[in-house]
Design a protein around this ligand. Structure first.
Ligand SMILES: [Zn+2]
Ligand SMILES: [Zn+2]
Length: 290
């Protein structure tokens, strides 16, 4: 194990709820006349937010599926992928038997490399981290909790509703009995500030890692965040604000002039991916200069 630090890339922007969004608070007690299934809220403000863990977990699982579909092609770039064949250990119910989805969690199988060295050469674990049985690989990204933008917080102070109650009727497949439940969801249009911080620990990996992160974000936009995605909830859009490369020097001088700031205002995920090389050329230069 050889950990190094060359700087951080701080990604900031907004997550817009394009449709209603339900990220549950795990509470499952039905109150009569109340909401069966509330959204998670910040206990200090009472306002809904997107937990960093929910966002990170969703990005990871969508990216895992992509990597499982590309195992053959990506082996040269990411040698650990040669350890895996596509699919899940589910049939033999045994972890690490050679399938890509190799770790059992409550509801299914996920991908986790078993040790530091393997994780370092795996596109998923290198970016999102791996809690292995032998050794851990710390995630290279930190995903902060995303709180409502100032604009939406003001709307709420002015009396505008930020969440709505939606009645969903489930039908019991055995008894055919209708079973109405009230789901709370964040209203369409609401916007949250997100921040993702990427640690540059290797001067050759960062480009692929950031592209992989952007790819996961693109996948999420055409999937869903939170619950009830198949029923239309959870469509989100990322709207960037800036990418800042804060090199190691900045953490010693505290001087803003050491920061490379990339203006990404109003840019979408596809704008960033398609313009990647020119957008990040200054970061590239700075990392090459050392
Ligand atoms: Zn297995
Ligand atoms: Zn892995």
């Amino acid at each position: 194990m050889d950990r190094r630090f060359y700087g951080k890339i701080v990604i900031k922007g907004k997550i817009k709820a394009v449709t209603g969004l339900h990220i549950g608070s795990q509470r499952d007690i039905s109150e009569i006349g109340g909401i069966d299934n509330p959204v998670i809220k910040d206990p200090h403000t009472g306002l809904p937010y997107i937990p960093g863990s929910s966002l990170k977990g969703r990005l990871r699982s969508l990216f895992e599926i992509l990597v499982n579909s590309r195992l053959g092609e990506w082996r040269e770039k990411y040698p650990s992928l040669a350890n895996y064949s596509p699919g899940s250990c589910r049939p033999d119910n045994q972890e690490n038997c050679g399938k890509f989805f190799n770790r059992k969690i409550n509801r299914g199988w996920i991908h986790v490399c078993p040790d530091y060295e393997t994780a370092l050469a795996c596109p998923v674990c290198r970016l999102f981290g791996a809690s292995g049985k032998e050794s851990n690989f710390p995630s290279r990204i930190i995903v902060r909790d995303a709180f409502l933008t100032k604009e939406w917080e003001e709307k709420w102070r002015a009396g505008e509703a930020i969440t709505e109650a939606k009645i969903e009727v489930g039908i019991d497949r055995v008894t055919s009995q209708a079973n109405p439940r009230t789901n709370e969801r964040v209203v369409a249009g609401a916007e949250f500030e997100f921040e993702i911080i990427y640690n540059v620990e290797n001067t050759t990996h960062w480009r692929d890692d950031i592209k992989n992160l952007l790819t996961a974000m693109a996948l999420l936009e055409d999937s869903y965040l939170g619950g009830s995605g198949s029923r239309g909830y959870g469509k989100v859009k990322f709207i960037f604000d800036s990418f800042e490369f804060r090199p190691l020097d900045y953490y010693r001088t505290g001087k803003d002039e050491d920061i490379v700031s990339i203006d990404a205002r109003e840019k979408s995920v596809s704008d960033i991916l398609s313009g990647f090389d020119s957008l990040f050329s200054e970061v590239e230069g700075k990392l090459e200069a050392g």
